[in-house]
Design a protein. Structure first.
Lengths: 250, 308, 257
C-alpha cells in the first residue's frame, strides 16, 4: 500500500509540474471566471423573478467547472497514451492504482482551486454559506466527490483513445444535455412538462440541489440521499472502469 | 546546370554554411556527403529557395535563386528529410492534389497517380490515410510526388532513409533512370554506399565547409590505394605486428586485428613480408580497395582535428 | 497556374480533409443540432415570458452562427498544423502563392460551416422555423450568414497563425469564442442583459448578423441591422485577413526570397 502511495506521489508531482505552465494556470483561474461572468450576465434578468439568483447561480458554475475539468482529464490522458507514457508506466512494477490515483489527485486539486475562484466570485454577487461550518464542508465534499467520480469515468474514456482532440470533442456531446437538461441553470418550473421527468431524475440535478441545500443550510435527507446515491454509483462505475482501462491500455 | 559560389548561411552566431561552393553538370548526379549537422539540408533548402542565404550566389537552371525564385521553383522538384505530405488525406488523394497543383489537368493527374502508385508498390495502401503509413511507405509516396511531373532539376534530401534494401535499390534504379533522361540531380546522403553507387561527383561537407571533392574513385584513392586488414587474436603478436608496420600510413589496432593503409605495391610486399615473418597465415589477411566509409571517416576525422 | 485555380484546389483539399474523419463530421453536425434542440427546450419558456415573440426566430440564426463560432478552435488548430508540418515547405517550393494558400483554407472552412449550418436550418424547419419573407430576403439571409461565417474563418486562420502552440489556441480563443456566442442577441434578447452589458452585446457582430438574419426571414426593419451586419463582418474579415497575411508573411520573409 505504501508503495502505491509513493508511486502515486511521484506521478502526481509530474502532473503538477506540467501544470506550472502559465497557459494552464489561465485554464484554472481565468476560464471559470469567464464562465461565471458570461452565464451570469445572460441569466440574471431571466431568472430573477423565479429564484434568489445569488444563491441559485454559483453552484451551477461549480458543477459546470467540475464537468469541464473531467473532460480536460480525458484530454490529458489520451495525450499521455499517445505519447507512450502510459505504456511505459504499465511496464514498470507499479500497482495499477498508482497512475489513476496520481491523475485524480492532481485533478481534484485543480478543481478545488477553480471552485474556490467561483465561490469567491459568488460571494461578490451575494452568495453566502448560511448553514454553518459543517454544511459548508458538506458543500465542498459533494463538489470534490463529484469531480473525482466523473474524472474517474472520463479517465477511463481518455485512456481508451490516443487522440485527445477527438476524445474531448466527443465528450462535449453528452456534456451539453447533461449540464443543461438539469436544474443547474434553470429551475424546473421553466421546463416544458414533457421534459420534467428527465430533469428531475438527472444526476447533475441531484448534485446541484445538494450543493444548494448545503449552502443555504436547509438540505433535506432526500436531497442528500439522492446526491450520495448517484455519486456512489458513479464512483463504483468510474473506479472499476479506470483501473480496467489502465491495465488494458497499450 | 547548377552553380553555387560562396554560399553562407548563419543562424545567430552559428554559421551553418560558411562559403560553400560547388557545381553540378546537366544530366549528372551530384552527391553532398556529410555527417549530421554538416549543412547538407541547409544547402538544399537554399538551392530550393526555401531559405535565403546570407551571402553567395546560386544559379539553378539558368535562374538566380535570389533574383528569380519563381523561375527556380518552376524548374525544380524537391523531396525533404521530413516528408511533406498531408497526413489526413490518403496516398491517392495526396498524389492527385499535388499533380493538379503542379499543373496537370484533373484527368492527367489521376492517370499519373495510378502510374506512380503502381511503380511505387503503394496500390494496396492508396486509400488509407498517410498518417497510418510506415516510414518507408511515406518516403516512397514523397518520392512519388517528386516524380509526378518531370523537371530538369531534382533535389533529393536523404531519399532512401527508412527504406529496406530492396526499396532502396528500386529507388536507386529510378534515380539512375532519371539521369539517363537528362535530369540533373543533387542528392544528399549519409549512406556512403548510396553516394558510391549513384554519384558522378561528390562534394564532402563538414562543419559548413566543403572539405573534399571528386568522383567516388578519386576520393577513395585519396585515402589510400589499398586497405589491408589482418586478423590477429593474440594481443602480444598484434602489438608486435603494429610496431613492425608502424612505417605504413594509418595503422590501427582494433580487437582482433590490425588495419593499415597502403599506397602502392611496394608497401603491400613489405607488409606481406612482415606478416610472413610473424607467422601469420594467408587466410587471416584481407586486401581490398578503401570503402567510402573509410574515406569519409578519414576526411571528417581530419576536419574534426582542425581548430574550429 | 492561376491563383484562382490554386485556391480552388487547396479549398477542395480542406474540405476533403474534413470528410476523411467521419467522427469529426458527425460530432460537428451533432453538436449544433443538439444545441438547437436543448436551448429551445431549456430557454424557450424563460425568454418568451420575458420578451414575448417566438424564440425559434432568433435561435435558428444564432445556432447557425454557432456552427461558425464553435468550429473556430478546430479550424485554427488545423491551420496551425499546416503551418508546422512539412507540407507548407513543399507548397512554397512549388511556387504556390501564399494568398492562394490562405484563401483556399478559408474558403474550404467556410464551405464546411455552410453545409453544417444548412443541416441546422433543415432541422429547425420541422421544429417550427419558417421564412415569411420574399425570395430576395431569403437570399439576403444566406448572404449575411456567409459573411459572418467568412469572418470567423478568417479569425480562425489568424488565431492559427498567431498562436505558438495548440494549447495556446484553445486557452486564448476558447473563452473568446464562448463569449461571442453567449453575449449576443441570438442567445437571448438584448434587453435581457444587464444594462452595462447591453452596448457590448449590441456591438457584437454576432448580434448584428443574427438580428439581420431574423429580420430577413421574418420581416421587420432591414436597413439598420443588415447594414451593420454586413459592414462589421466585412470589415472584421478584412482586418483578420490582413493580420493573418502579415504574420504569415513575416514568418516567410525571414526564410524565403
Amino acid at each position: 500500500m505504501t508503495g502505491t502511495l509513493h508511486a502515486a506521489g511521484t506521478l502526481a508531482r509530474r502532473n503538477v509540474l506540467l501544470l506550472a505552465n502559465p497557459r494552464f494556470l489561465s485554464v484554472v483561474f481565468v476560464v471559470p471566471l469567464v464562465f461565471f461572468v458570461g452565464f451570469a450576465a445572460v441569466l440574471h434578468k431571466l431568472l430573477n423573478p423565479l429564484v434568489d439568483f445569488a444563491m441559485f447561480f454559483p453552484p451551477a458554475i461549480v458543477v459546470q467547472v467540475a464537468m469541464d475539468s473531467a473532460i480536460t482529464t480525458a484530454f490529458f490522458l489520451a495525450g499521455d497514451r499517445r505519447d507512450g507514457i502510459v505504456a511505459r508506466l504499465r511496464s514498470m512494477p507499479i500497482s495499477s492504482l498508482a497512475f489513476p490515483l496520481a491523475r485524480l489527485g492532481v485533478d481534484a486539486s485543480r478543481f478545488a482551486v477553480s471552485a474556490t475562484v467561483v465561490v469567491c466570485a459568488g460571494l461578490v454577487v451575494g452568495f453566502r454559506f448560511e448553514g454553518g461550518v459543517l454544511r459548508t464542508l458538506g458543500f465542498a465534499a459533494i463538489a470534490v466527490w463529484f469531480t473525482l467520480a466523473l474524472s474517474a469515468l472520463t479517465s477511463a474514456i481518455g485512456l481508451r483513445s490516443d487522440d485527445p482532440e477527438t476524445v474531448s470533442s466527443n465528450l462535449y456531446l453528452p456534456y451539453l444535455p447533461l449540464l443543461t437538461l438539469s436544474t443547474a441553470f434553470v429551475p424546473i418550473s421553466a421546463f416544458p412538462r414533457a421534459v420534467e421527468p428527465v430533469v428531475r431524475n438527472s444526476p447533475v440535478s441531484a448534485v446541484v440541489q445538494a450543493l444548494r441545500g448545503f449552502s443555504a443550510g436547509d438540505i433535506t435527507g432526500v436531497t442528500l440521499g439522492r446526491a450520495v446515491g448517484w455519486l456512489a454509483l458513479l464512483s463504483v462505475v468510474g473506479g472499476v472502469a479506470v483501473v480496467r482501462a489502465f491495465r488494458r491500455a497499450p | 546546370m547548377i552553380t553555387a559560389e560562396g554560399l553562407t548561411k548563419r543562424y545567430g552566431p552559428h554559421a551553418a554554411l560558411d562559403g560553400v561552393s560547388f557545381q553540378a553538370g546537366t544530366g549528372t548526379i551530384m552527391a553532398l556527403l556529410g555527417p549530421n549537422g554538416a549543412g547538407k539540408t541547409t544547402t538544399v533548402r537554399c538551392l530550393a529557395t526555401l531559405e535565403r542565404p546570407d551571402a553567395g550566389r546560386i544559379v539553378v537552371a539558368g535562374c538566380d535563386v535570389l533574383a528569380d525564385p519563381a523561375g527556380v521553383r518552376a524548374r525544380i522538384s524537391l523531396t525533404g528529410q521530413f516528408t511533406a505530405l498531408d497526413p489526413v488525406l490518403t496516398g491517392r488523394q495526396n498524389l492527385v492534389m499535388f499533380g493538379e497543383l503542379l499543373g496537370l489537368r484533373r484527368r492527367q493527374a489521376r492517370a499519373r497517380t495510378e502510374e506512380m502508385l503502381a511503380q511505387l508498390d503503394l496500390v494496396d495502401a492508396a486509400d488509407r490515410a498517410v498518417k497510418g503509413y510506415s516510414g518507408g511507405m511515406r518516403r516512397r509516396l514523397d518520392l512519388g510526388v517528386c516524380f509526378l511531373v518531370e523537371r530538369p532539376v531534382l533535389f533529393l534530401d536523404e531519399p532512401t532513409v527508412g527504406l529496406d534494401p530492396r526499396g532502396r535499390r528500386q529507388i536507386w534504379q529510378r534515380i539512375a533512370g532519371l539521369r539517363e533522361q537528362g535530369t540533373t540531380i543533387v542528392l544528399t546522403t549519409q549512406h556512403l554506399e548510396e553516394a558510391d553507387i549513384l554519384a558522378d561527383d561528390i562534394f564532402v561537407i563538414d562543419g559548413g565547409r566543403v572539405i573534399a571533392h571528386g568522383t567516388p574513385a578519386e576520393l577513395k584513392r585519396r585515402v589510400a590505394e589499398l586497405v589491408c586488414s589482418v586478423r590477429i587474436d593474440d594481443a602480444g603478436v598484434r602489438a608486435r605486428a603494429a610496431a613492425e608496420l608502424a612505417w605504413a600510413p594509418h595503422v590501427t589496432q582494433a580487437d582482433g586485428g590490425v588495419r593499415l593503409h597502403l599506397d602502392d605495391m611496394a608497401g603491400l610486399q613489405r607488409t606481406l613480408a612482415v606478416l610472413a615473418r610473424l607467422g601469420i597465415t594467408a587466410d587471416e589477411i584481407e586486401v581490398r580497395r578503401p570503402s567510402l566509409d573509410e574515406v569519409f571517416l578519414d576526411l571528417t576525422d581530419r576536419g574534426a582535428r582542425m581548430p574550429a | 497556374m492561376t491563383a484562382v485555380r490554386e485556391t480552388w484546389i487547396l479549398a477542395r483539399r480542406t474540405v476533403l480533409r474534413f470528410g476523411r474523419s467521419p467522427e469529426l463530421v458527425v460530432s460537428s453536425v451533432a453538436f449544433p443540432l443538439l444545441l438547437l434542440v436543448i436551448q429551445l427546450v431549456v430557454f424557450r419558456h424563460l425568454v418568451e415570458e420575458f420578451a414575448g415573440g417566438n424564440y425559434l426566430d432568433r435561435l435558428t440564426p444564432a445556432v447557425m452562427l454557432a456552427t461558425a463560432i464553435f468550429s473556430l478552435p478546430v479550424n485554427a488548430v488545423g491551420f496551425f498544423s499546416d503551418l508546422h508540418d512539412g507540407i507548407l515547405s513543399r507548397f512554397r517550393s512549388m511556387s504556390i502563392s501564399r494568398g492562394a494558400f490562405l484563401a483556399g483554407r478559408v474558403l474550404g472552412d467556410t464551405a464546411r460551416i455552410a453545409a453544417t449550418a444548412g443541416c441546422v436550418l433543415a432541422v429547425a424547419v420541422p421544429l417550427g422555423f419558417s421564412f415569411t419573407t420574399s425570395l430576395p430576403s431569403v437570399l439576403g439571409f444566406a448572404g449575411v450568414f456567409l459573411s459572418g461565417a467568412l469572418m470567423f474563418s478568417w479569425l480562425a486562420v489568424f488565431a492559427g497563425a498567431l498562436s505558438s502552440s495548440i494549447e495556446a489556441v484553445h486557452s486564448t480563443f476558447g473563452p473568446l469564442v464562448l463569449l461571442a456566442y453567449f453575449w449576443s442577441s441570438g442567445f437571448i434578447p438584448v434587453a435581457a442583459f444587464p444594462g452595462i452589458l447591453q452596448p457590448v452585446v449590441r456591438a457584437n457582430p454576432v448580434s448584428a448578423v443574427q438580428s439581420a438574419m431574423t429580420a430577413l426571414s421574418q420581416g421587420g426593419g432591414l436597413m439598420r441591422p443588415v447594414t451593420y451586419a454586413v459592414c462589421s463582418t466585412a470589415g472584421l474579415s478584412l482586418v483578420f485577413a490582413l493580420l493573418a497575411r502579415h504574420i504569415f508573411d513575416r514568418r516567410g520573409r525571414a526564410e524565403t526570397p
